[in-house]
Design a protein around this ligand. Sequence first.
Ligand code: LCV
Length: 265
Amino acid sequence: MSDMPQLDLVTVEIANRVATLTLNNAAKRNALSRALLDALIAGLKGLDLRDVRAVILRAAPGLSVWSAGHDIKELPRGHEDPLGYSDPLERALRAIRELPVPVIAMVHGTVWGGAFDLVLSCDMIVADETASFAITPVNLGLPYNTTGLLHFIGRLPMNLIKEMFFTATPLKAEAAERWHVVNHLVPSAELESFTRALAEGMTTKAPMAVAVIKEQLRVLADYQPIAAQVFERIQDMRRQVYESADFQEGINAFLEKRKAVFQGI
Ligand code: LCV
């Protein structure tokens, strides 16, 4: 497999100091494969930040699915942390959170699993009435990672986090606005113009001040002291889950296009 990112999976356009990165794999519902995520990371890291002062992350126009989340076919089949530090999704989340310019997720369509973590890792979310958001590890028997949970804890109320994780039910647009998951909910006809205006409005602000405030907010929000022994206990619990028969069942059920039946083992 070539190391060169397949840049057609993510297109980059720059206008008026705003870079628009578009997820462009409709056939696979923008599933977050290694290839697509490498292209996303390359697109972000390739930006010349002397010219770009804001980023919009979107799906190709007209798709009913913004992203189907982590490419399930690429999840390790047990005996390896499915969301480890070097996982392409985790690298992409860090690339967005560490980019020294604001990143706006513009959402038309449904967002699934790790794509919700991706959207929440953006600095702002603008969505339309077709948007919904679901986090789905319990559909796969997958033990979400601790850093990922911290992203949710820093952003959403605990009772909403628990309902979304324990039911895997999509949160529809109006509820997403009510819970402040999204910054703005606008009619789909206005989604692009509204998001572009928000992005362009930030391009005239002092870029060094924006960059340092974004980095301060990241390190302060991510700071969560945890004792080494507690972290090791959690990792051991997670290992038992990703080595479980239920995790195999979750992935197999998806691949065989059937409903998973979990035995708790
Ligand atoms: C690989 C896919 C995927 C996909 N991977 O179209 O959150 S966590 O912890 O669980 C994390 C690990 C994570 O993000 O896991 C993934 C969570 N994602 C999901 O559970 C969504 C899975 N996908 C779906 O439920 C459906 O595909 C939706 C509702 C998104 C779209 O349904 P639709 O009927 O429009 P298909 O299901 O027919 O999918 C079209 C093609 O995309 C592939 C799918 O296998 C199919 O490929 P083939 O044409 O080769 O059969 N695809 C969809 N999602 N996450 N591949």
